[in-house]
Write a protein that binds this ligand. Structure first.
Ligand code: FE
Length: 205
């Protein structure tokens, strides 16, 4: 929507407040403007579920990396260059025909930033945080994920020390695909455990 006043109106109060605080910190020599640019660049370009998808696709195609990832996700993920904020200790929970994994942070919103980016709003909602542990099967149904009664659901409660990522099951029909092609299939929600990956059909393979 075009706002004819946008050139003449001051920015919103929160924006103004942030600009004022940043100017003051820089003026007092407490903040390096390059550091602010660096942090913004990290959030805009370097964090996100594309990183997690690259990790999972590598694990599907490289048995040694797969084993490394399950045994020591932190070091395996760091070896791909995905490090930093909120990613010091990571654990990968692998979905199998017998087990479906689901990640939550019951306390707040702990999330593996380097591989998944910032958490979606629903991940931070009190309803998700409480119900995911009490009744995960119903919560998953609401996300459109039906887990049969004879399949176990494991719920992983994130915290400040350790962050979890789900390794979704590799979809049927993806057998001939390359690591890069596989990475395109892997969604953010499948790595939280609130989605499954669709089988690959002839046309899209
Ligand atoms: Fe948290």
């Amino acid at each position: 929507m075009h706002n004819p006043d946008e050139k003449t109106q001051p920015p919103s109060p929160p924006t103004l407040r942030i600009k004022a605080i940043q100017s003051l910190l820089i003026e007092k020599g407490l903040l390096d403007p390059a550091a602010v640019d660096e942090i913004i660049d990290i959030f805009e370009h370097r964090l996100g579920p594309k990183n997690g998808a690259a990790v999972i696709a590598k694990a599907w195609t490289d048995p040694a990396f797969h084993q490394h990832l399950l045994e020591d996700a932190t070091s395996a993920i760091h070896s791909m260059g995905f490090t930093g904020l909120e990613g010091a200790h990571l654990y990968v929970a692998e979905n199998t025909p017998e087990v479906h994994n689901l990640v939550v942070c019951t306390l707040c919103s702990c999330y593996p930033w380097p591989v998944l980016g910032l958490p979606p709003t629903w991940f931070k909602a009190p309803q998700y945080r409480s119900r995911a542990v009490i009744d995960p099967r119903s919560v998953l149904e609401e996300f459109g994920v039906h887990v049969p009664d004879d399949k176990e659901i494991r719920v992983w409660d994130s915290n400040a020390e350790i962050r979890y990522i789900v390794m979704p099951e590799r979809p049927a029909g993806s057998e001939g695909m390359s690591e890069a092609e596989l990475a395109q299939l892997i969604t953010r929600d499948s790595m939280i455990g609130t989605a499954l990956l669709a089988p690959v059909t002839g046309e899209s393979a």
